[in-house]
Design a protein around this ligand. Sequence first.
Ligand SMILES: [Zn+2]
Ligand SMILES: [Zn+2]
Length: 367
Amino acid sequence: MKRKLLSLLLLLALLIPFTGCDSLLSGLTDGGADLAVPADGKTLTVSFLDVGQGDSILIELPDGNTMLIDASEADQAEGIIDYISRRGHDTLDYVVATHPHTDHIGGMAEVLEAFDVGEIWMPDADSDTQTYENLLETVEKKEIPLHVAAAGKTILATESLSIEVIAPCSEQYDDLNDYSAVISLTYGKTRFIFTGDAEALSEAEILKSGVSLSADVLKLGHHGSSTSSSEAFVKAVDPRWGIISCGEGNSYGHPHKETLDLAEKLGIELLRTDLIGTIVMTSDGQTVKYGDNESGGNADADDENQADPAPGTGYHWVLNTSSKKIHREDCKYAESISEDNRGESNKSVSELEAEGYTPCGTCEPKD
Ligand SMILES: [Zn+2]
Ligand SMILES: [Zn+2]
């Protein structure tokens, strides 16, 4: 199949060859965040926007430039545009569309229309959705310089600031989530890692690539799904804070209990957009601050997390073990499955598909 992104790249004559994981990240492989601490102490601000079940992250760089990672669903575009405008910006210098799922790129075309855009980074993932077509059309129409996001690429590098793409490491995946552009942002001694919806498979590839992962803040993959945030990966990042961007009462049960348990086990403070709204963090290159607390952590938010443990219910699919169909619990067809053929599972749809199941076309269970 012809890859749409590559055709557009050829059209824009900006094709940058894929480099893969083997040849990457020479500057960031020897452990820890170790760039020069900025003498001017200028602030980097990262806002994890409260955009329901989706991702959208605004990064205000110390030099005043801006970067946006994802733009959630289409109905969130107005709020995202409003937030960026209220913070005094009319330009997005760098935009990353992590992967072509609507909860990441749904609002992107509208956001791109609203601002001057310096450049956009996207993985070379194929999608036939109208949302993705609209995004590519907007990029083409506005003649926004387009870069393929792949491990080893550098978005920006100065003495004290570096923004690297550390995944995807491969060119082909079965799961669109694994195409997610994973971004490592290092400012002085501090680091943020933004994972999109990268699943355990991509996390393992990142680990294998040998890139330095130790970070202050990890945006946990796939809204806190148990199919991301493998223990080895989260341990390697060893963040002070884990961010979960998800919608209150979302139908996927995000974040999953396994992810919450892992965070607790590893002593990671979780901050969730569904519980506390937009999360704003800053770094002066020495320390990351959240709220007014320089040593880290917002006591109120922490209390809230402890007092109100997340439901973390996981998936609750009903299976027809005879027809090999996956249903939502409330699907009318789930109710009529005979006792002998009825099963339940808390595995993800993709895991079940790997076992030969197919999602019901009526209730459309999705990860
Ligand atoms: Zn996704
Ligand atoms: Zn997502």
